[in-house]
Design a protein around this ligand. Structure first.
Ligand SMILES: [Ca+2]
Ligand SMILES: [Ca+2]
Ligand SMILES: [Ca+2]
Length: 331
């Protein structure tokens, strides 16, 4: 049965503008890949890179010429969506039933992008629960570990030896020590040789040192083929309250961010969700960058919500990286 779900346009643009753009572009957006000046190529709009979204999420696109953007959506079981005529660069999914799959399409004069999402009320639970996707240290899918430090921009409020980046190399120990504390806002880039490649299911897993299932420090995860241009996994954070330095929050509030699981259990990432990222070859990913999230609410998730995690902490501030595992066939 068809269902009607209200969708709000949050940022309508000017009709005059889009009409002018389309007229110059030759009558429409469909399949377009070049600007009115054919010598200038622009990139198709980008939708959040994740498989799962919370049921109240606002899906905002990024890219060029968003003043020409139109969007549409449908349940994945119905016909593929077409953009509506209304100018918009975001869709509010409030009202969509959790457990539905939706397909979202976005179109600008630069091109068209679509992506399907699973809509949920809560994300996967703690590592020891049967439905969790956590990767245990003895998981047979683990086929190796990041073994070289590419770069480390250490954050604040971290002291030696916690700030030794070598402690993030090789197999994770699953303990509270032998980790690299990134410091508040720090970023650590590790190299994989041979590179990671997108295969069936998740391709790597990030291990942190949270000492219990609800003491969780969080980080963004980005990957790169060339070490210069990085693509980020768009995460979600559903908690509404600040978290004290020893405060707790639940894994079910967290998706697409490293640190979702306690020590000894990695958070998995699937390169397939980045297969449309510009300047990334998902069959040749040499670098994984872990970026500490300053959890005071000043940093936003991939859907515009504030992220909270234990704050402020000292001496071992920020995300504590134990190791990054390669998943898939042994090399
Ligand atoms: Ca994969
Ligand atoms: Ca820490
Ligand atoms: Ca370690």
């Amino acid at each position: 049965m068809a269902r009607q779900v209200p969708i709000r346009a949050l940022r309508p643009a000017s009709l005059t503008c889009v009409a002018a753009c389309f007229a110059v572009a030759g009558g429409g957006c469909d399949g377009g890949s070049s600007s009115p000046d054919d010598s200038i190529v622009c990139e198709a709009p980008r939708l959040p890179a994740t498989k799962t979204v919370a049921s109240d999420s606002v899906i905002a696109i990024t890219g060029e010429h968003l003043e020409t953007a139109r969007m549409g959506w449908s349940l994945a079981t119905s016909s593929p969506p077409s953009p509506t005529n209304e100018l918009r660069s975001s869709l509010d999914l409030t009202g969509v039933d959790a457990t539905d799959d939706v397909t979202v399409v976005a179109e600008t004069r630069c091109g068209t992008t679509s992506r399907s999402y699973r809509v949920v009320d809560a994300f996967l639970p703690a590592a020891t629960m049967p439905t969790s996707d956590a990767v245990a240290l003895d998981d047979p899918r683990i086929a190796g570990w990041a073994s070289e430090v590419e770069s480390f921009d250490v954050g604040t409020d971290v002291v030696w030896p916690w700030s030794d980046p070598e402690q993030a190399l090789g197999p994770a120990e699953g303990t509270s020590v032998d980790v690299t504390a990134l410091g508040r806002g720090g970023a650590l880039t590790l190299r994989f040789d041979p590179p990671l490649s997108d295969g069936p299911g998740p391709d790597f897993a990030v291990f942190e040192n949270g000492f219990m299932a609800t003491y969780l420090e969080l980080a963004f995860v980005e990957v790169s083929s060339d070490g210069v241009r990085f693509a980020r996994f768009d995460g979600s954070y559903l908690g509404l309250e600040p978290v004290d330095p020893y405060g707790l929050h639940d894994p079910e509030l967290i998706d697409g961010l490293a640190g979702k699981y306690e020590q000894g259990f990695g958070t998995p990432f699937d390169l397939a969700v980045l297969d449309d990222a510009t300047d990334l070859d998902v069959t040749n990913v040499r670098f994984v960058r872990i970026i500490d999230i300053v959890g005071d609410g000043s940093t936003l998730d991939g859907f515009g919500r504030p992220i909270y995690d234990p704050y402020p902490t000292v001496e071992t501030a920020g995300f504590d990286l134990d190791g990054i595992a390669r998943l898939g066939p042994a090399l």
